[in-house]
Design a protein around this ligand. Structure first.
Ligand SMILES: [Zn+2]
Ligand SMILES: [Zn+2]
Length: 335
């Protein structure tokens, strides 16, 4: 498929889409139901719908019974960890295999023209971004994810927290489910902005940013302190009446969903003249420029702070002007 119909490639081989990124319209005033309705399909499809399907399958077939969850035991905790590892292995692994190992569409629609495997770097364990990222994901990230999941499922089983049932509160739970990706993005924006404070950045978040040219394995490659902060948004289910299915969906949005911003390609080709949009661009720009797009643009946090980058040349110019103004401010302070 000809990617130059949808964007342009510069001399370094990096590709950028022509269409600017849009911020979600939920908090645009005057509020427009039409704008929200046209935005909604992209909010739900394909990713959040996929994560809901995975969560439902996990709830129906791959979660122990309430009686089992009520007493903590390695005999069910270990299988839950292995089940989560298997989901990540399949979803991240399929994307990695198709786009980065088989390189099925070469670098068409790839933001960064290079492949990480072709560029060994000292910042990674064994100089390999893939090995480093995969080991941090499975060795550190998945145990933290599973620990939060065990806490929440056990809490439900023994009745700690304001749990409800699908029969009791179907509409409230549906509204909560609809809001979960927004709750996740709000929490992520807050902790992400926090770990960009210089001292925390150096100590914690720089590990994630080692992947300047991210691939799916980069998604959950973090310092363990970031893992603990990252999944802590699940504790919101202790505040709002919830159901374990929503906990599992939320963990999918946070855990498996991290892959979305790290796909590295704008579109995945699905036929000779067909391709699926990935929604990866906003977070890719964060990996490229570090101080833009702390959130993904479903909500306008970055626009409020002046850190939104819409991926266009004008967006570059606005970012450069902001960096220059900050540099001038710092120079003035020094003199
Ligand atoms: Zn990232
Ligand atoms: Zn960051």
């Amino acid at each position: 498929m000809d990617d130059t119909r949808f964007g342009r490639r510069d001399r370094r081989g990096d590709w950028r889409p022509d269409a600017p990124l849009q911020v979600g319209p939920l908090l645009d005033f005057p509020w427009s139901p039409l704008r929200v309705l046209t935005w909604l399909p992209g909010y739900l499809l394909p990713w959040n719908a996929l994560f809901f399907v995975i969560a439902t399958a996990v709830w129906l077939w791959l979660t122990p019974s309430r009686e089992t969850l009520a007493s903590l035991s390695w005999t069910w905790i270990l299988p839950v960890l292995l089940r989560n590892m298997a989901i990540v292995l399949v979803v991240f692994g399929l994307l990695e295999w198709r786009l980065y190992i088989r390189r099925a569409q070469s670098n068409r629609f790839k933001y960064n023209g290079q492949f990480p495997a072709d560029r060994p770097s000292d910042v990674f364990w064994w100089k390999s971004q893939n090995l480093d990222n995969a080991l941090r994901t499975f060795g550190l990230g998945l145990p933290v994810w599973t620990a939060y999941e065990v806490l929440m499922l056990h809490a439900w089983a023994v009745g700690w927290g304001p749990w409800t049932s699908l029969a009791e509160s179907p509409w409230a739970l549906a509204a909560f489910a609809l809001a979960i990706p927004l709750i996740h993005e709000t929490h992520f924006f807050l902790i992400h902005r926090l770990i960009h404070v210089p001292v925390l950045y150096r100590w914690v978040h720089s590990v994630h940013h080692n992947s300047v040219n991210p691939s799916p394995w980069s998604a959950l490659s973090m310092h363990p302190v970031e893992h603990v902060l990252y999944w802590s948004d699940i504790l919101v289910h202790f505040l709002i009446p919830s159901h374990p299915l929503l906990v599992l969906y939320h963990l999918q949005v946070t855990g498996t969903g991290a892959v979305v911003g790290h796909i590295g390609f704008d579109r995945i080709e699905t036929g000779p003249d067909r391709a699926m949009g990935t929604h990866a661009y906003a977070h890719y720009l964060h990996h490229k420029y570090f101080e833009v797009n702390y959130a993904d643009g479903s909500l306008p946090f970055d626009r409020w702070l002046g850190t939104w980058h819409d991926g266009t040349a004008e967006g570059d110019a606005r970012m450069q002007a902001r960096f220059a103004a900050r540099k001038a401010r710092m120079n003035r302070r020094r003199t």
